[in-house]
Design a protein around this ligand. Structure first.
Ligand code: MRU
Length: 363
């Protein structure tokens, strides 16, 4: 079977003949299922920055669709090709700075820029090429998620329990997710699988999003506050940990949602295998180690208030990194669309990225 028996939520789609996009507004979930239209550069930047769309692969897809939609709008104004190229540079700059850690954002923008640099034609023709490239990125992501799920499902036996952090599911991608992909693949094959979802302070991607998409798919999910994970590992440990990533350094160090590193430490302490699942578009060979990955720090009010009333006195200082680095020694394996990579990671990650690029070039 190549698609799940439940409707996976469409995270983004074209609207108005490809001059705007409709996103599922993830800030409203799980209470409200509502799409929001993005038409201007500010709309796209705001949606990425404020996590209306989030998850590294989906951030990249959104930027690509945004660039192409803006190019189509400019083409309708009959701008010259040179003017389109100049505008593109400004849009790419703003979008590329919307969130710093997810490397898929820069990866997708680089692909569209390369496509523009290699082409000649009218503004309309250039905009059409950009839209094709955005579609290609979206389609590839769907296929990469499926392949990651198939590889990683071989690590999962019938009846096993998975622990995950944040949301690296279908809501974070253009397909069935990364960390949750093997769960879906196993469920499609009729295997029973249970998931423990860390709540994921402060923005609750685990309780709001992972629990929403898994329960919608009929998969057993148990939510725990992040500080309860130690108790779970000590009393009834999960069989395996699957997490996603925003950026993987060349040596296999992993940036992912804040709280991933303590989960890896717990898994190590309790002998639970800890896997990172991500497409090759998340591997940044330009970052030799995790220390070279920029970490986003977010608005202190996300900790101070969360989604409701004041939880912390205004006078208190707030520490609020959005991501942490899990050193590669704590990672049992990294699953990309090209297979399961084992330590040492340097050679096999570089080879996987090179193979993915070669395959793309050969069409
Ligand atoms: O801040 P977010 O919600 O964008 O963080 C998302 C994550 O940390 C995910 O685990 C990661 O982007 C991988 S999504 C397939």
């Amino acid at each position: 079977m190549n698609h799940p028996p439940w409707p996976i939520p469409e995270t983004i789609r074209w609207a108005r003949e490809g001059t705007s996009a409709l996103i599922l507004d993830q800030t409203l979930l799980p209470g409200v299922f509502e799409e929001k239209e993005l038409s201007t550069l500010d709309d796209f930047v705001e949606a990425i920055r404020n996590l209306r769309v989030r998850g590294a692969p989906l951030i990249g897809i959104t930027a690509a669709i945004g660039l192409a939609a803006l190019a189509r709008q400019s083409a309708a104004e009959r701008v010259t090709p040179d003017e389109l190229r100049a505008r593109f540079a400004g849009w790419a700059d703003r979008l590329g700075n919307a969130r710093p850690t997810a490397v898929n954002l820069l990866w997708a923008i680089r692909r569209l820029r390369a496509c523009l640099d290699a082409a000649d034609g009218t503004a309309g023709e250039l905009a059409a090429l950009l839209a094709d490239e955005a579609d290609a990125i979206h389609d590839e992501d769907r296929r990469m998620c499926r392949a990651i799920g198939e590889h990683a499902a071989t690590l999962l036996a019938d009846g096993e329990a998975v622990i995950t952090h944040c949301n690296a599911g279908s809501l974070a991608t253009g397909g069935i997710g990364t960390a949750l992909a093997p769960v879906y693949v196993a469920a499609e094959a009729g295997r029973k699988v249970r998931v423990f979802a860390d709540e994921t302070r402060p923005l609750l991607q685990g309780s709001r999003l992972t629990a929403w998409e898994l329960s919608r798919a009929g998969i057993e999910v148990t939510v725990l506050a992040d500080n309860m994970a130690g108790s779970l590992f000590a009393t009834d440990p999960p069989d395996i940990a699957f997490v996603g990533s925003d950026r993987i350094a060349a040596n296999g160090d992993v940036a992912n949602k804040i709280g991933t590193y303590p989960l890896a430490v717990l898994a190590d302490r309790h002998g639970v295998p800890f896997y990172v699942l991500a497409p090759t578009s998340t591997v940044d060979l330009g970052a030799p180690t995790g220390a070279d990955i920029p970490i986003e720090h977010r608005d202190p009010d996300e900790v101070r208030r969360g989604f409701g009333p004041l939880l912390t006195p205004e006078a208190a200082r707030i520490y609020s990194p959005a991501f942490d680095i899990t050193p590669h020694e704590l990672v049992t394996g990294i699953v990309t669309e090209r297979g399961i990579h084992r330590p040492p990671y340097t050679g096999s990650l570089a080879a996987a990225v090179a193979e993915a690029e070669a395959e793309r070039r050969s069409g």
